[in-house]
Design a protein around this ligand. Structure first.
Ligand code: ADP
Ligand code: MG
Length: 237
C-alpha cells in the first residue's frame, strides 16, 4: 500500500507539472494551426506536394492536441463536484459525440440505454470515462465490420454500463497491464486514457471490469452506485 501511495503521489506531481506545460503549449499550437490552415486555403497556385504536407501538419497538430488533452485530464482527476445526475442523458450525449468519430472509421454503434438512471457524480469526469472507453472500443475494431454495443441498466443498488466491441481483444498479459500509466500498444497512444478512467470510477465508489480475448473482442463494464436520497447534493469539504 505504501509503495502504491508513493507511486500515486509521484504520478500526481508529474501530472500537475505536465498539465501546466500542456496548458502553456496549447495556445501557440492553436495559433500555428490557424496559420497553417490559412496557407492551405490558397489552393490555386499550390504545388500538390505542399497540399499534402499541409494536411500532414494539420493532422500531427491535432494529434499533439490529443496528447495534451490526455495529460490535462490526468491532472484534473483530483477535482470533483458531485451532484445528482442522469446517467442516461449523459450516456446519450457521449454516444452522440462519439458517433461522428465512429462514422469516420465506419464503425457501427448499437445502444440500449435505460431511461432514468441516476448517480451521484461529477458529470464532466464521468463523461470522460465513457468517452475514453468508447474511443478505445472504436480504435480496437476493424473498419469493415466494426461494431460497438453500449448497454446501460440498473441492477440492485448499481447501474451497469457495458461497452462491448468485436475488435482485436487482449491477451491475459495485456489485460493485466491496462490502466498502468503509459501502458499502450498503439503507435500513437499515450497510455493515459485508462489510468484516468480507473481513477474517476474509483472516486465514484464504482468498479471497471474487463473481459477480453484476443481476436474475439472486449467488453468493459462500469458499475456505479445508484443515486440515493441520502446522498449529499455536494461533496463534503
Ligand atoms: P491508449 O488508448 O492511449 O493506448 P488507454 O489507457 O486508453 O491508452 O489504453 C491502454 C491500452 O489498452 C491500449 O493501448 C490497448 O492496447 C488496450 N485496450 C484498451 N481498450 C481496449 C479494447 N477495447 N480492445 C482492445 N484493447 C484495448
Ligand atoms: Mg485510449
Amino acid at each position: 500500500l505504501r509503495a502504491r501511495l508513493i507511486k500515486s503521489e509521484k504520478l500526481s506531481i508529474v501530472s500537475e507539472l505536465a498539465a501546466s506545460v500542456a496548458h502553456e503549449v496549447r495556445n501557440p499550437l492553436t495559433v500555428v494551426r490557424g496559420f497553417i490552415q490559412l496557407i492551405g486555403t490558397d489552393r490555386k497556385n499550390m504545388d500538390p506536394k505542399n497540399e499534402e504536407y499541409i494536411a500532414l501538419v494539420l493532422s500531427e497538430l491535432d494529434r499533439a492536441q490529443e496528447i495534451i488533452t490526455d495529460y490535462l485530464n490526468l491532472a484534473k482527476q483530483q477535482y470533483f463536484e458531485k451532484n445528482k445526475l442522469s446517467l442516461s442523458t449523459l450516456l446519450e450525449e457521449v454516444v452522440k459525440i462519439m458517433t461522428s468519430y465512429a462514422n469516420l472509421k465506419n464503425v457501427h454503434f448499437r445502444n440500449s440505454i435505460a431511461p432514468d438512471l441516476y448517480v451521484h457524480g461529477d458529470s464532466s469526469r464521468l463523461k470522460q470515462v465513457f468517452l475514453n472507453l468508447l474511443k478505445n472500443a472504436v480504435e480496437a475494431v476493424s473498419e469493415s465490420d466494426g461494431e460497438v454495443k453500449i448497454t446501460a441498466y440498473s441492477s440492485h443498488d448499481f447501474i451497469r454500463i457495458k461497452i462491448k466491441d468485436n475488435g482485436v481483444g487482449m491477451t491475459a498479459e495485456q489485460l493485466a497491464r491496462i490502466g498502468e500509466p503509459y501502458f499502450t500498444l498503439k503507435e500513437k497512444g499515450t497510455g493515459l486514457g485508462l489510468t484516468v478512467t480507473f481513477s474517476i470510477v474509483e472516486q465514484h465508489e464504482g468498479t471497471l471490469r474487463y473481459q477480453s480475448e484476443p481476436g474475439a473482442g472486449t467488453s468493459a463494464t462500469v458499475s456505479l452506485p445508484i443515486y440515493k436520497q441520502t446522498d449529499p447534493p455536494l461533496p463534503a469539504p
